[in-house]
Design a protein around this ligand. Sequence first.
Ligand code: P1T
Length: 382
Amino acid sequence: MKHISGGFSTRAIHAGQEPDSSTGAIMTPIFASSTFAQESPGKHKGYEYSRSGNPTRAALEHCLASLEGGEQGLAFASGLAATAAVLSSLKPGDEVLAPADLYGGTFRILDKVFKPWGLVPRFLDIPTPEEFAKAMTPATRLIWIETPTNPLLQILDIRKLAEVAKGNGAMLVVDNTFASPCLQRPLELGADLVVHSTTKYLGGHSDVVGGAVIGSSEKLKPIRFNQNAAGGVPGPFDCFLVLRGIKTLAVRMERHCQNAMNLAEWLQTRKEVERVYYPGLISHPGHALAKAQMSGFGGMISIRLKGGQAALGKFFQRIEVFTLAESLGGVESLVCHPATMTHASIPAEQRLARGIDDFLLRLSIGIEDFEDLRNDLKSAFE
Ligand code: P1T
């Protein structure tokens, strides 16, 4: 595949996506073929069987690597399939440190799938580099973080955590789903691997589930092996959808960020809202760090609603432009109730201790007209 240089948007549109050599098709063809003809045993055009490699997937993997500034990308059937592939490269007895504020499914796979298998996950309530450094033991192989975190939008210091990990011979993995490579590139800040749920901003249109891992060829070796050996691969149509979404990532992110910033500022002035969590607000404890390691503050806002169950019930009844649904990062605005939806797999006691109670709402701000989003929330509050 041709190396495409240039700015982020140029690479988003062209990396891995040169016109099809046999037909000239501008859009990457969906190679719906499970297997590929061989001229003689072992002599082929680079593809043998679609679990091992598929041209549409290869285009996506190439593009993802280019956007994150990694040598290679690997695409998976979902964000959690990507997570599973990374965790599978560890051994029983290895420790994984992660912030307590984490996507519920990531907590669940660590706690319910890999812990019984022998991995030792430990979750830190205060996710500062100092606390991670204190928590490291000789068995710690991986620091796994999200930043901004899901759902409380805490900002973690990628550069310092990479140093903590390296100092102890461990790796730093950053789930970059909330920021997307458009706003934050963890590999450039020292992270070893980047993980994505491509279901979110990369796909961008809530029409596909996918995942990815990006990094150096060397560090991806066991994960590449797992991709083929365990087989959690996406189909070619899903790869096409993510590739198509990526083409508009930069323009979408600009609008997500703008709408979210305007709404966060407005939400701060509302008496119905006890607290607004958005890293773009000067009052956010991670604001300065977000400004330093991100080029925009993203499209996710969490709020704590006042007024108890009655206000909550009314809010869900009255929203019209926002839709009550899991997921995020699509062009349409969504509201999620983490306690019963995305973070329900965390035991109630732990969930409450982490601040995920009934009155926490997570908003995925879409790219609709700002006034319509504000008016929708306004009428749901009043
Ligand atoms: O849903 P899937 O593509 O498997 O991705 C899992 C995942 C991984 N990492 C982060 C930060 C995520 O937010 C997710 C999925 N999250 C939701 C579905 C959600 O509504 O938060």
